[in-house]
Design a protein around this ligand. Structure first.
Ligand code: DAH
Length: 350
């Protein structure tokens, strides 16, 4: 009987020394330790033995069983290691020093245009104001001479919160707060109000290449004694020439906005064709860029400023529009896409 045990051990050792895959090894395990495996069979044969023999034979078989289990487990580990190494060696070599197509971080085109405009205005003595994106109906409409049910609200449908507040549909929503903030300096110390407020605006819009539900504007106001339309025209022309860094022709057309009287659409000679006419300006030679006007007396009054004593102008520069013109962005949706590869290409300074 003991010979049989030794014989099995020799067989097992020899088979284990030749095995080269985990599948083969599994076959060996079943052949020795499986339900009908040779070691299991040995145990079954014990029925006909005397109690003494049973004891010593049983022990010997169990020792063999333990040995086989351990030897097979050790082999599993060894083969797994070898197979993993083989798989790793089969992988293509990775050159960690090879150049990649990583996108370098850069400022968003709108941020660049905004900063450029802010610098121009700063040199003209303007304060740069920050303003909330969530505003009240009063700030966005009522204080701007747009009472409830005024048809001008149709153009400015936006997103309303459950508490009645809304996401501002234009940067003009900051006008009232700015007048209130600076009116004492104006009235008591004769310091004109000069402020710009860039910001994100929202509208309930069906999006296409030219329309987005989120875009940027930059509002500007100037209030003092004796501010006239000539001041407005001179200022807008100078400011836009600075922004575009060349002398621009501007023209005013009448435009209706309830918070200015008179109100204008301001066009600039097309920056792309120089006024000759091209697809960008629909062959007219002019681009609509910056609505503006003389601040309506009701709006000044609402801001705590006497319209009989003071006058002023306001304008709303489309920052998104400006960025698209400057960087030749054809589809407005690219600007909000978060696609770094497409945004990166418009950026000249990082
Ligand atoms: N807030 C207006 C809009 O988004 C634009 C505008 C028009 C602003 C005339 C002004 C202005 O300051 O004077 O449609």
């Amino acid at each position: 009987m003991n010979e049989q045990i030794n014989e099995l051990k020799v067989q097992l050792d020899s088979q284990l020394s030749q095995v080269s895959t985990t599948q083969e090894l599994e076959g060996i395990r079943v052949a020795f330790l499986g339900k009908n495996g040779s070691i299991t069979e040995l145990l079954k044969k014990m029925g006909g033995l005397s109690p003494e023999e049973k004891k010593s034979f049983g022990q010997a078989v169990n020792v063999l069983k333990g040995y086989a289990t351990q030897a097979i487990a050790a082999k599993v580990e060894e083969l797994n290691k070898i197979e993993l190494e083989k798989e790793l060696n089969a992988l293509p070599e990775i050159d960690l020093s090879a150049p990649t197509h990583l996108v370098k971080g850069s400022y968003h085109p709108i941020t660049l245009v905004q900063r450029h405009c802010e610098n121009v205005f700063r040199t003209m003595g303007f304060n740069i104001e920050d303003y909330s994106e969530v505003v009240t109906d009063y700030e966005c409409f009522e204080a701007l001479n747009i009472p409830k049910f005024h048809p001008a609200r149709d153009m400015q449908d936006t997103y309303y919160l459950e508490n009645g507040q809304l996401l501002k549909s234009h940067t003009s929503a900051a006008q009232n707060a700015i007048y209130k903030k600076y009116k004492d300096d104006l009235i008591n110390e004769g310091r004109p109000i000069r402020a710009i407020f860039p910001g994100r605006c929202f509208r309930n819009e069906s999006t296409d290449a030219c329309h987005e539900n989120t875009f940027f504007q930059m509002e500007g106001v100037m209030v003092d004694k004796n501010i006239s339309i000539s001041n407005l025209i001179f200022f807008m022309k100078t400011m836009l020439s600075e922004v575009f860094q060349r002398d621009l022709k501007v023209r005013l057309r009448p435009g209706f906005f309830p918070f200015v009287e008179p109100g204008f659409e301001l066009d600039i000679s097309c920056a792309i064709c120089g006024g000759e006419g091209c697809p960008s300006c629909k062959h007219s030679g002019w681009l609509e860029l910056c609505p503006c006007g003389m601040i309506h007396p009701n709006v000044l009054k609402e801001g705590g400023i006497d319209p009989d004593e003071y006058t002023g102008f306001a304008f709303g520069l489309g920052l998104t529009r400006l960025a698209m013109m400057k960087y030749g962005v054809k589809d407005i949706r690219d600007l909000n896409s978060g696609n770094l590869t497409s945004l990166d290409q418009f950026t000249d300074d990082k």
